[in-house]
Unconditional design. Structure first.
Length: 299
């Protein structure tokens, strides 16, 4: 396949692109830093810094849209919120304009979203048909991103929307940041630990994306999470045990709220999200439980 990827030089995108190239696919990767991305990506990859570089006659079999600034990259000031919206919704709207002018439309769009769509949902079990429990900032961001993706579907493109949980890999993301701290025995539990933590191992996420590429019946929203969510306390204890260190430290909620403001909801809130559609359709997770995922990354 010939695939256009946005966010291909990010934490998830790098591993995804390498996997796709290894499968024999030809990639076009949209990146703000093509020279830096060239050092990270190799093989059959064309790097572009703007969708305007794509001619109307170019043909892509698929588009994978993972673009987006990290929601944990700084306090959610009004300016930061605008950046987060533009990096997701703005890029997706630009993709919609691109698809509109292409002489041949791609067959499928695989679009990122996040379990933050459901808001801070307490202990409620959430499947793809569950409404948002709280219409907070993460809901507004994810909903706008998903609506922009659905507009591409109105042009006759099959659309798969992945509501992705916390992606676990020692290469980066949350686990990449936590491992050095936990390895020296200073890993803290956030808040009271009762908040739910919906996660997925990076290998399983890549397998889900590949499945959406190859399985023509795949369409609509999928919760891209492992089938066994855990409380943050359980995750904290499992990570400390994997590092052979104690799990004694805790950061209370109040200091987090004071330091991070609204963004503290990422650590103090949570969702108990289940991959109902993937399970029904027979997807087999390599890492269904948190112990398996951490063992694969830490040993």
């Amino acid at each position: 396949m010939r695939i256009l990827v946005t966010g291909g030089s990010g934490f998830i995108g790098q591993r995804l692109c390498r996997s796709l190239v290894a499968r024999g696919h030809e990639l076009w990767v949209l990146t703000r830093r093509p020279h830096a991305a060239a050092k990270l990506l190799s093989g059959s990859v064309v790097l572009i810094s703007s969708l305007d570089e794509i001619d109307d006659t170019e043909a892509f079999d698929a588009v994978i849209n993972l673009a987006g600034e990290s929601v944990a990259g700084g306090r959610w000031t009004e300016r930061r919120k605008r950046v987060l919206f533009e990096s997701r919704v703005g890029v997706t709207e630009a993709l919609c304009r691109l698809v509109a002018r292409l002489e041949r439309k791609p067959a499928v769009l695989i679009n990122g979203s996040a379990t933050g769509f459901y808001g801070d949902a307490g202990n409620a079990e959430l499947t793809e048909t569950s409404p948002a429990a709280k219409r907070d900032f993460t809901y507004l961001l994810c909903d706008a991103w998903e609506q922009a993706a659905r507009a591409i579907g109105q042009q006759g493109v099959r659309v798969c929307i992945l509501r992705i949980g916390v992606v676990l890999s020692h290469y980066g993301g949350m686990l990449g940041k936590l491992l050095p701290v936990y390895r020296i025995g200073l890993g803290p539990m956030m808040g009271d630990g009762r908040q739910w933590f919906s996660w997925i191992h990076l290998d399983d996420l890549i397998a889900i994306i590949v499945r959406c590429l190859d399985y023509s019946a795949a369409q609509g929203v999928y919760n891209a999470v492992a089938p066994q969510p855990v409380t943050y306390r359980k995750f904290h204890e499992a990570l400390a045990a994997s590092c052979h260190r104690p799990a004694l430290l805790r950061v209370p909620a109040l200091p987090l709220r004071l330091a991070l403001g609204e963004m503290s909801s990422l650590m103090l809130g949570g969702q108990k999200v289940l991959p109902a559609r993937l399970t029904q359709e027979g997807f087999e997770f390599r890492h269904a439980d948190i112990a398996s995922a951490l063992r694969a990354e830490i040993g």
